[in-house]
Design a binder for this molecule. Structure first.
Ligand SMILES: Cc1cc2nc3c(=O)[nH]c(=O)nc-3n(C[C@H](O)[C@H](O)[C@H](O)COP(=O)(O)O)c2cc1C
Length: 197
């Protein structure tokens, strides 16, 4: 099972597309959205957002995944979710996009919600913790937090596109970023061809 968390930064479409690709590939996915992400999703993804299960609603409305039975969504305050514990068998967590506030919490072990707690668990249990930070430019605090998270075992994978795939649309750029995350997760995809393939 892979946990995909969306926090209050620009680019929630990255997390949504990642969930879609994982689900289409038959993976079980747990989704968590921070409160701060809701307004941004409403604006950037242009669909009405339900307060109780925002991610399930978005996936349903987009209709890109035929079967959502492998998808479970938890409230960011719900510490009863299995990924809040080191006993959970989740494989990896991806925070995409990751706000500078959530990055700070992850880097400093300030686990006061399910997303930051699941990252804390992933780091202590030596699971994959992939952080997709979205801000520009970065100040020294952001950079130091990325350094700290990296030293603790996280992978910082900023949504920086490669242009050698000749993207034509914003969706192509999003898919490039999502493909890079899937590579980090060790999952096959056909979002872009690797150099020389
Ligand atoms: C429209 C909007 C866009 C934002 N974009 C970003 C962003 O790209 N990066 C960031 O670090 N914070 C951004 N913020 C600020 C965060 O949402 C804010 O710090 C929030 O407390 C993050 O909390 P969360 O990480 O728990 O979602 C944005 C806020 C708003 C209202």
């Amino acid at each position: 099972m892979i946990v995909v968390a969306i926090t209050g930064a620009s680019g929630p479409i990255i997390g949504i597309r990642l969930m879609e690709e994982l689900l289409k590939g038959g993976e079980a996915v747990t989704g968590i959205a921070s409160k701060g992400s809701l307004k941004i999703m409403e604006h950037e993804i242009s669909c009405p957002i339900s307060d109780s299960f925002p991610l399930s609603g978005i996936l349903e409305q987009r209709g890109n995944v035929a079967d959502l039975t492998n998808f479970r969504e938890y409230d960011n305050k719900n510490f009863n979710a299995s990924c809040a514990s080191g006993t959970s068998a989740f494989e990896s967590i991806v925070v995409a996009p990751c706000s500078m506030k959530s990055l700070s919490a992850i880097a400093n072990g300030y686990a006061d919600n399910l997303i930051t707690r699941a990252c804390d668990v992933a780091l202590k249990e030596r699971k994959r913790c992939i952080i997709v930070p979205r801000e520009t430019p970065f100040n020294l605090i952001h950079l130091e937090n990325m350094r700290k998270a990296t030293l603790a075992g996280a992978v910082i994978a900023p949504p920086i596109p490669g242009f050698y795939t000749m993207p034509q649309t914003a969706a192509d750029i999003v898919d490039f970023v999502v493909g890079k995350i899937l590579n980090l997760l060790g999952k096959r995809h056909d979002l872009f061809k690797g150099w020389g393939e």
